[in-house]
Design a protein around this ligand. Structure first.
Ligand code: FAD
Length: 303
């Protein structure tokens, strides 16, 4: 998904390489047809495939203020131009382990060196690796635009299309809570090595709110939150004790998540259709994959 997609018949010209966020917003205001580009891994792939012909580009690669993070009231403010490679490093992993794990798995090294958190969020591809983590963390997006900084969009609202970036706006920061508790991200792909997700699961423990939060990526256009399964398993965790769970409970959680995200079809088969009402084999396998990822993800978080 792109919120800035004006088309042009001639090749794009580079309007600006601003050095500050204010200048980037000003450059977009000056040339409303301009499209922001961060690492270019998604945008240039679309251009090369002939799917997009931006009239003009505003490069975000020099915005040093968006390439790091800051702390604010128990949260981390993550710059939209943080690359996957930067988020993979141990200091970042110590802060937000699931996001670091997602970043480590996002494509081959060349893509991780260039591709950014903001680009992953704004592209909002179903397989986007950071998205289930941000959904489980209940992240908030901070937007900069001609009206000034500070418009906030809950990640779920953006991904569901209920709110979006307006023309001239940039994603500036992603605010995530620092939970100081284990969290995991696991991803299944069709082949070994860096590859796009067939299914992914993020599990986050929130000991203060006594919550287990889980989001499943790639099996639907947006990450899915199996809220009933989250509440059920959180009620089994001994939050004041060792937080361990029996293998049967972990397996039941996995099955619960799998069923919630890939439910059985309705009970009403069409007349003469013997296969209706049954889940196709490929979806049964995907449900098993999700169940396995959820079981392992929670098991590792609670270990
Ligand atoms: C070979 C290959 C493998 C890949 N594998 C994976 C994978 O395994 N997992 C995965 O999740 N992704 C994968 N990707 C997709 C891609 O690398 C990521 O989505 C990346 O995070 C995009 O970031 P970017 O900075 O390159 O975005 P860009 O390509 O620069 O931009 C993408 C979109 O976001 C907009 N945009 C970017 N930054 C901002 C901002 N701050 N504010 C407003 N709009 C903005 C752009 O206008 C554009 O519409 C892969 C891509 C390739 C080419």
């Amino acid at each position: 998904m792109s919120t800035h997609a004006p088309q042009a018949s001639s090749p794009a010209r580079l309007v600006a390489l601003p050095a500050t966020l204010d200048d980037a917003v000003a450059a977009l205001a000056e040339v409303p047809a301009a499209v922001p580009v961060a690492g270019g891994t998604d945008l240039m792939a679309a251009v090369n495939a002939g799917l997009l012909r931006p009239a003009a580009l505003v490069g975000l690669g020099r915005l040093a203020e968006l390439r790091g993070w800051a702390y604010q009231d128990g949260h981390a403010l993550l710059g939209a131009c943080l690359t996957h490679a930067r988020m993979s490093r141990p200091d970042f992993a110590a802060l937000i382990p699931a996001l670091a794990a997602a970043a480590r798995s996002a494509g081959p090294p060349q893509v991780r060196n260039a591709g950014t958190l903001g680009g992953n969020v704004v592209s909002a591809a179903a397989f986007g690796d950071t998205l289930p983590v941000l959904a489980a963390l209940e992240a908030t997006l901070l937007v900069a635009g001609p009206e000034g900084d500070g418009r906030q969009i809950p990640i779920g609202q953006l991904l569901a299309g209920r709110d979006r970036l307006h023309p001239g706006e940039l994603l500036a920061h992603v605010r995530v809570p620092l939970l100081h508790a284990p969290q995991t991200f696991l991803k299944a792909t069709t082949r070994s090595g860096p590859s796009r997700a067939l299914a992914s699961v993020a599990v986050v423990l929130d000991p203060v709110r006594r919550e287990v939060r889980c989001a499943v990526g790639a099996v639907a256009p947006v990450p899915l939150r199996p809220l009933d399964a989250e509440r059920w398993v959180a009620s089994l965790v001994d939050w004041d004790g060792d937080r361990g769970l029996a293998p049967e409970a972990l397996a039941a959680f996995g099955d619960y998540v799998g069923m919630a995200c890939i439910p059985d079809p309705g009970p009403e088969p069409a007349p003469g259709d013997r296969e209706a009402g049954q889940l196709p084999l490929v979806l049964l396998q995907l449900r098993r994959t999700v169940a396995t990822l959820a079981r392992r993800g929670l098991g590792r978080a609670l270990a």
